[in-house]
Every structure is written in structure tokens, then in C-alpha cells.
Design a protein around this ligand. Structure first.
Ligand code: CUA
Length: 323
């Protein structure tokens, strides 16, 4: 029993978490979770029943061992599966509309899978981008959110287990996933379709917050970048423009780039760098700029090993200041 206890607590602890399909934080995942438990429960009951019958056939009294009569075969082999599977299918079909689009969403967010990060655009009611960010999505609780899913290169798959099932992001297509989060918290998502060398390091977060916090966050993200207020930060901004960072990355209010890489207007406030690859900090920013290929080999950003230490320090400080 002593040995069983840690196992049991591990089993129970494994049923909650920030990346868990059986710890629902939305109406959609609550339905998926319920259906899963029904399937696990039913499968366990049927497995135990079959094992009991098998044990009876093997160990039961000699006279009663013959179970192979017509009634059992027709009942257990045909009738029982037809009735159970039809009931299950009806239940699943009846609940399926819970997972589809219903009603007008309160918020539209476009998420584009890229090798290997997530481009996130918040859209207005006409479908125009209000602002762009990357890898960290914030949505209000108890509002219906539509995620418009696209891909820029290969097939990726958008998956936040606490909020919904998986949906592939296919080049040339746009698919919509509707989610109504019911619980605040930070939930982890992960690309669920092999998309190249850094598929495993293609993570993101969806943070569910209350309405007021969302309005505050949205207004802050819409704003242009903070203006550098010290000689070090001013030097950092100049390095950002002269070293070539600005040809792929946009810092709104400073430059317009080809937007090949993530928008860095508020990069200082992100939790991680490289789509969940490393925790964000001043040192991590400097390390990423100097040699992102060592931290996430195969990502599309070249290493900037040629930067002078003073310049590297300044540009990292500048980016860290962009909250
Ligand atoms: Cu993107 Cu796997």
C-alpha cells in the first residue's frame, strides 16, 4: 500500500496542469473531457466484464464452463456492441455542435504558424490587424474568442489542451477555432504536427484574464514602442537599426520591416524567447542575438557573432526595455 500511494497521487496529480486535456478551462474542453471520461469509464467496465467472463470460463465449475451458446454470442457479440456504439455515437454527434462555431465571437485573433514560432494578430471587426505580437496570446474569460488559424510555410497544428482539441494549420487555408474560456490562468500550447527540426520547441501560451485586465493589456499592446530614455538605450536602438535587426523585425514607432520575424514592439514583456525555447531576460536576449543558432538550431535567425560587446549589450538592454 505504501508503494501504491505515491503512484496514486501521481496519477491524480497528472489530471491537472497547464497543458492537460482533462483539466478543462473552456466550455469546449469541458465537453471533450466529459466525453473522454465516459469512454475511459465505459472501456474499463467492458474490459472488467470480459475478463470476469473469461475467468469464469477458465476457472468456473466444469459443468457450467460452456459459454459458447447462441444467446451469449448474439447478445454479447452483436446486440451489445450495436446498442452501446450507437448510443455513444448519438451522444457524440449531439454534443459536436459544442465544438463548432456558434454565435458571433467577441474577439478575433489570427494565429499564423511559422518555422518555428507563432505570429499573432489581433483583428478589429472588419478583419484588419490592430497590432501584431508573437507566441503569447491573451484573451478575456467568459467571452467567445475566434482563432483564425493559418500557416506561412509547412503544416503546423494549433493545440492548447486545456482549451480545445487540435486543429491543423495548412498553407493556403484559413480555419477557425472558437473557444469560450471559463477559467483564468496561463495555459501552454504546443505545435502538434511535425514541421521541421525545431517542431518540439514551438510552444506558446494562452493567458485567460478577466475583462478589465484584458482591456488594459490590449491597450498597452496596441501602443507603439517605448522611447529610449538613456544613452545606453538610444545606442541600443541605433544598433537595432544599423546591424540589420530591423530588416526582419518591426518595432512599431521605430521601423517598418519585412516582418519575417516576430514583432518586437513589446518583446521585453514576454515570458520566453524563441517560442518557449528559453526564459526571457536581459542575458537571454543578448545570448539569443549573439547566437540563436546555438539555442535553437535551425531557426530562421542568423547568429550575430560579429557585434561588438558594447553594441550587443546596448541592443539587448534596448529590447529588454520594450515592455
Ligand atoms: Cu510547428 Cu510543429
Amino acid at each position: 500500500m505504501k508503494r501504491a500511494l505515491p503512484l496514486l497521487s501521481f496519477g491524480l496529480a497528472a489530471c491537472s496542469g497547464v497543458q492537460h486535456a482533462l483539466d478543462p478551462a473552456s466550455e469546449e474542453s469541458a465537453f471533450i473531457g466529459g466525453l473522454s471520461w465516459l469512454l475511459y469509464g465505459g472501456a474499463t467496465a467492458i474490459f472488467l466484464l470480459v475478463m470476469a467472463i473469461a475467468a469464469y470460463a477458465v476457472f468456473g465449475p466444469e459443468s457450467r464452463k460452456r459459454l459458447a451458446h447462441r444467446k451469449l454470442i448474439v447478445g454479447g457479440g452483436i446486440l451489445f456492441p450495436v446498442v452501446t456504439l450507437t448510443a455513444l455515437m448519438t451522444y457524440a454527434f449531439a454534443g459536436a455542435p459544442n465544438l463548432l462555431l456558434r454565435g458571433e465571437p467577441a474577439l478575433h485573433v489570427e494565429v499564423t504558424g511559422e518555422q518555428y514560432w507563432w505570429r499573432v494578430r489581433y483583428l478589429d471587426e472588419n478583419g484588419w490587424a490592430q497590432f501584431e505580437t508573437a507566441n503569447e496570446i491573451v484573451v478575456p474569460a467568459n467571452r467567445t474568442v475566434a482563432f483564425h488559424l493559418r500557416s506561412a510555410d509547412v503544416i503546423h497544428s494549433f493545440w492548447v489542451p486545456n482549451l480545445h482539441g487540435k486543429l491543423d494549420m495548412i498553407p493556403g487555408h484559413s480555419k477557425t477555432m472558437q473557444v469560450r474560456p471559463t477559467r483564468t490562468g496561463v495555459y501552454r500550447g504546443q505545435c502538434a504536427e511535425y514541421c521541421g527540426t525545431q517542431h518540439a520547441k514551438m510552444a506558446f501560451t494562452v493567458e485567460v484574464v478577466n475583462e478589465k485586465d484584458f482591456e488594459r493589456w490590449h491597450a498597452a499592446r496596441k501602443a507603439t514602442a517605448r522611447i529610449p530614455d538613456s544613452p545606453l538605450l538610444q545606442r541600443g536602438r541605433d544598433v537595432f537599426l544599423s546591424a540589420g535587426c530591423g530588416s526582419c523585425h518591426t518595432v512599431r514607432g521605430v521601423n517598418e520591416s519585412r516582418a519575417l520575424g516576430p514583432d518586437l514592439t513589446h518583446v521585453g514583456s514576454r515570458r520566453t524567447l524563441g517560442a518557449g525555447a528559453i526564459p526571457n531576460s536581459l542575458g537571454a536576449l543578448a545570448g539569443w542575438i549573439a547566437d540563436s543558432q546555438a539555442l535553437k538550431p535551425g531557426n530562421r535567425m542568423p547568429a550575430f557573432r560579429n557585434l561588438q560587446p558594447g553594441d550587443l549589450q546596448a541592443v539587448a538592454a534596448y529590447l529588454a526595455s520594450l515592455e
